[in-house]
Design a protein around this ligand. Structure first.
Ligand code: MN3
Length: 198
């Protein structure tokens, strides 16, 4: 039996870039529904006592388990997304160590920002734009629907949810503006650096 995990910030803490209203729906309705659905789907099955990660690995690529996979992976991806964000008033300078990684991987912050935005923008339909560790460098990866970066042989560092439910109330169709608002104001680069090193 899974519970909805707590947000690592208060619901108004991401304003004006992500509204409290968006979080009420995105976290309180969409994320909650994935948790409720998974609990119903695994009740009384041999998946019941596994962790979310174990369920994802066990059901990935199996068409008859797609509902279980989709709900479990969406729980993992959303938990990772909330951890990728930080409250506006906790915004900090980007650390020298993270800047060095960005420079070594992309030649500078402007390229990094542009490529991250393009990754978010060019995911056709619903999905996720990931910053990942690829060898000793940073890279971007987009995944569709509930698919998750860790299933692709790379370590996820940070993610932007690009499902319409993530931005439509605040940005309508302007996904690029949403991505840039997160890159410029809300993404937790220390979380990414810690993941890179762990
Ligand atoms: Mn979402």
């Amino acid at each position: 039996m899974f519970n909805l995990s707590n947000l690592p910030f208060e619901k108004p803490a991401l304003e004006p870039f992500i509204s409290e209203k968006t979080l009420e729906f995105h976290y309180g309705k969409h994320h909650q529904t994935y948790v409720d659905n998974l609990n119903k789907l695994i009740a009384g099955t041999d998946l019941e006592n596994l962790s979310v990660l174990e369920i994802i690995k066990k059901t990935a690529g199996q068409p008859e388990q797609s509902s279980v996979f989709n709900n479990a992976a969406q729980i993992y991806n959303h938990d990772f997304f909330w951890s990728s964000l930080r409250a506006v008033n906790e915004k900090k300078e980007i650390s020298e160590d993270f800047s060095s990684l960005v420079n070594a991987s992309f030649g500078g912050w402007d390229n990094f920002r542009e490529e991250f935005k393009n990754c978010a923008l060019t995911q056709f339909g619903s999905g996720w734009a990931w910053l990942v560790k690829d060898g000793e460098k940073l890279a971007f990866l987009k995944t569709a629907n509930a698919d998750s970066a860790f299933l692709h042989g790379v370590k996820p560092l940070l993610v932007i949810d690009v499902w319409e439910h993530a931005y439509y109330l605040d940005y309508q169709n302007r996904r690029a503006d949403f991505a840039l608002a997160l890159i410029d104001n809300l993404l937790n680069w220390d979380f990414a650096l810690n993941n890179f090193r762990s």
